[in-house]
Structures are given as C-alpha cells and as structure tokens.
Design a protein around this ligand. Sequence first.
Ligand code: ARG
Length: 705
Amino acid sequence: ADEGMWLPLFVKRLNQADMQKKGLKLTAEEIYSVNSSSLKDAVVQLGGFCTGEFVSSQGLMLTNHHCGYDALQTHSTPQNNILQNGFFAATRAEEKTNPGLFVDILVRMEDITSKVLEGVTPTTPEQERVAIVQQHQKEMADAAKESGRYVAYVRDMFGGNEYYLFVYQRFGDVRLVGAPPEAVGKFGGDTDNWMWPRHTGDFSMFRVYADKDNKPTATPQADNVPYVPKKHLPVSLQGVSEGDFAMVFGFPGRTQRFLPAAGLQMTLDQSNPARIKLRDTRLKLWKEDMEQDPALRLKYASKYASIANYWKYYIGQNEGMKRLKTVDAKKAEEASLDQWIRADQGRVQQYGEALTTINQAYTGLREYNLSANYVNEAAFGTEIVTLASRMMPLYMTLKTTPTDKAAIQKAVEGLKEPVTEYFKDYSSSTDKKVFTALMALYGKDVPQAQLPDVFQTVQKEYGGSWAKYADYVFTNSFLTSEAKVNAFLANPTLAKLEADPGFKTFNSVYLNYTQNILPKMQTLQAGLTRANRLYVAALRAKNTQKVYSPDANSTLRLSYGTVRPYKGRDAVRYDYKTTAQGILEKEDPTNEEFVVPKKELELLKQKDYGRFADKDGNLPVAFITDNDITGGNSGSPVINGRGELIGLAFDGNWEAMTGDLAYDPELKRCINADIRYVLWCIEKLGGARHIVDEMTIVNNGPNPG
Ligand code: ARG
C-alpha cells in the first residue's frame, strides 16, 4: 500500500475507492465515529508505549508479549516463574493487578489548528508565537479535561503547522490475564528480532477493570468489575491469503520522515554509532552476569530486552541508510525544493530562509550532539546515575527551602515507591561494571572541553582510572542499597546528599549538561523549529498532488494495505506467511533463544492443530502485510475488510529499518502474529479454552480483498 499512518478522524478524506478496491467493506462511520460505537472504541493505548484491543464484552484485551513483558517479570520469582512458564488465569480472581499500568481509550480527536493559531501571523516573532501557541493549547486541553473526567492533550502535526486535541478516558486497573511461555512469546529472541520470517507467539492478555458504573478508576480497586467496552473485535478463523485487505489501528510512537538531510547525516554518523557502541558494551556486561545467576537473569530481563531491541534497531537503521542511500535521496529532494522556492519571489519570501537555517543549525548541533548522546546512553546508561537523578526534587527542596519540613517530607514520599521498584531489579556489582566501562568511553569519545568536572577528578585523584573511581563510588555511595537509601530518606540532609559520591557524579554530569551543552543546543533548536515548520509547509505546498500523513506521535492512527510478500534483495523473495513447520526447523535445545517448550514440541509433532489449522492442514504462525507502522503500534489489531481480527502487529522487517525516516513501499512490511496461532497457544498449549470462549469467534468466509 501507500505510505501513511492516518488520523482516523479524516478517514472520509482517504481514497475510499482505493480502500474498497483493496477489500474494505466498512463505512467511514464504522471506523471512526464520536457518537456511535466504531472501531476506534475497540483500540486502546497501553501504558503510553503499546497498543491493545478489546476482544470480549468483558474488557478482555490482547496485546503483544513484549508489551506485557515487564508485568510478567514483575509477577515472576525463581520459584514461580510465570515469565518462563507462561500463565493463564483460571478465574477472574487469579488475574493479577499492575499498579501504575493504565490504558487510554479515545473519546474524540479534533483539529484545533485555527484556534491554536488565533492571533498568529507569518510575521509574528517566533518567541511570541511559541507563547501564544502554548497558552492556547493549555486552555483547550484544560477545558477538554472537564475537571478531571478526561485526560486531554494537544499534539502538533507537520512540524507545528497543525494542532490536534485528543481526549481520553484513562483506566488505571489493568490486570494480567495470561501469556504463553517466554520461549513462545519471545521465540527467536534478539536473533530473530526485527526480522522476517518469524515464528513468535508475541501476545499477552490483560483485562481492563472499571467501577460498577463502568467508569475508570485511577488505581486498581478490589470491588472493580470488568469494563464493558463500547466495541470489541470479532475474531476470524478464516485465515489470510495474499492480497487480502488489512487495516492496522494503533498508536505509532515516533517517525521522522520530515527530518532534513543534515539531520539524517547526524543520526547516521554521530548518534547511532554512539548508541550502538554504548549499548553493545552495556548489554554484554549485563548478559555476563545474567548467565551466572537465574535471579539476576529475571531481574534484568525486561531492561535487557528493551535496550537490546533498540540496539538492534539502530544497527539496522544505519545499515539501511547506507544501503538505500537515504541521505542522498533527501538531499536530492531538498535541492528540488530549493529550486521550486527560488522560482518565485512570493515563495522566497515565505520559505526562503528554511533550508539555509536548517543546515546552519545542524552544523552547530553536530558540535554538541555527541555530548548529549553520551549523557543519555553512557552516564544515564548506568543505573546509579539514573537513581541519583531521581533525587533532584528532594535535592532542590533541601537546597531552596531547608526549613520547610512538609515540602521535604513530600519530596521524600515521592521517592519511596520508585526506590522500592528500582531496587527490586538492581544489582550494584553489575551496575559497577557498567559504570566503569561506560564512563571510560564517555571520557574517551567526547571532546575534552565538553567533559564534566568529574573527569578531572578521576584524572587527578584516581590516575585516570574509572575502575578505581568506581571502587570509591560503589563503596561509599548510599545509592547502592535500598537499606542505605531508606536510612538517608528517614533523615535527609543537604550535606549528606551533596557528599554522596554517586550523587556527586550525577550532579557533575547534570550541571555540565545543563550549563554548557543544553543551552547551546536549545538556541540552535529554537531556530530549527521555525525552519522545520517552513520546510514542511513548503514541501506540502510544492507537492500538492501528494497527500502527506503526519509523522507518528503516539496518537491513534490507521494504516491500510494488503497481505503481501516481498523481495528482500537480489534473488531473495519472502513468502507472506509462516507455519509451525518453521518452529520445528528453528528449534535448538542448546540455544535459549530457540528452545521450544516440551508440550509445544509434542503437540506440533502430533500435528494437533485443532480448529486452527489452515486449509492445507498447517498451523499458521505469522504473516506480513504492507501496512505502515512503527514502535508503539506493537499489539495493534490487524483487521480484515469486515472489521474482524486476523492478527496482532508485532514487528517490522530488517530490509526496511530506515522506515521511520523514509518509507519504501517495496521493502517495508508489518510482521503480524496470526490470530489462529494466538488462539492455539491459549487453547491447546495453555489449556485455557475458557478465555477463547469469551471471544466472539466468527466464520464469515474468506477475507475480502
Ligand atoms: N522489535 C519489536 C518492536 O520494537 C520488539 C520485539 C520484541 N522482541 C524481542 N526479541 N526483543 O516492536
């Protein structure tokens, strides 16, 4: 299909003829409507980072395994390891609460551009524009909240050329219902991650709870009952064929398809190499320790998975940018835009400054960008520095209002839960190794003049050895153990905090960043904001025949396309679906990423597929479509032309890792778990037929398309 993560609000503006030709049978109203129930009511944002969908009238929700991973880890112990073994609640009472986890259900979205820009003209000075826009956004969001009834915020689109209001109900009682064993839900591990062909049962299940009036509660409540959604998706057992219509509804996180060539170049040769190198180091050290100790393996499982996920993403993105010459393509596009602008005085006046300003700003940014990357990925790549940063509100309170006992107590209270959470998954000896290695790289790779003071201390007092300095920090800092942190919190003083070597290290990095690096970058970025806005406006004005979709920004989008194979590279063609046969082919009991649980092996060897077999008698596992998605779409429903669930989107493919920066219709695919494999894992492998029976299973003949 075409590029595009579209705002469902505008589904009527999409090419209806094209959608119908591809197989869509639903009306625009059935897809998005504020007044009657529509597809949008079945799709939720999970925890701000993933997507889920309702599959029963009792609030039962499907999402990916990697979206539920943290919750699964939290409920696991070495003795009762549900992450490893899988788990399906036999009764509602067995469903597990997850304080802090929430889902947002969209009430409505609205184009409020003209209201936000009221009083703004093309000549309004930038600072004034920012103030007006911020004020209007706040007013509109505040009004939409209706005194706390809703969560509401404004997001800009097209680099600040348009503004939209989003109004949600937020449900703070989301309980874990089930998941397959990790060996199924993460089958293939990091080796298969971001790759096709895939054999992963990447799903988990939750249930959203509400009060007796079906209203959201902020936290889990014992007397809550299952939420009754306005709409839940029927589930189709029909299965997919090449060319079938497919629609993906969800909350894509971030794309940067309007990033100028200079920005791409900076990502390619500065940011990504730094991230890859630092994550590579961190992951290796974590893994060494995880392999030594099962308890530690469990503690670090979730952090490891999320750091590894984007480590591989950056590698793939850089490989792809080189192979596809993404920067050159963008340069060519900019050259032609520049020509178009120069051909007309009016255009010169309106957009003339954009490209020059952009290129100058990036030249400036390149001088500081590495520092910013190393603050994020080296200093904050260590856990002790991250914990120290959490002390900032308390630190500021102790410093500015040292006699205000109530304020200090409030800051302490705010730390209690995060500190408990933090130490649940912490090993100071592991962190010490990471600290030693990452900070040494920071000192080596970042321009000397931009290093924080602590590097001089290490040079002068520790002979330049981060190992020696780490000995000192991890022996003397109270930030290395929960008991010591709690002792400090029981009687916090400014002197104690300021003297703590862990906090001192953080503070040195922080002060250097906020005083010497950030202000310079912010000045450059302020200029960029305006230039980017003009650049995007110029592009759209030039290419009037092209309908642009706004970059992803964690708001509800739909993408439509078809089930479709692809050509990966010269002489390599990929089929559009995988089957259980591939699980047996990949199976390797000596490699933890490819272990197949005993029960699954037995069932697959007996070909015990039940009603989930495809028409050739195989068990379908995954399939690909050409829907345009990105991170945050994880868990999104893949819906056929009749609005029935056929799969769960869970990944993208290696050949199109540059997709967040530039879209290539021939290469980019969306990787989905076939819903029949999901149901097989619940019913046959998990023995939880009661969960499948809660769903509305339909059999309406082949998918349209
Ligand atoms: N690449 C997937 C995404 O970002 C996450 C897959 C998780 N699986 C894994 N093996 N780490 O959506």
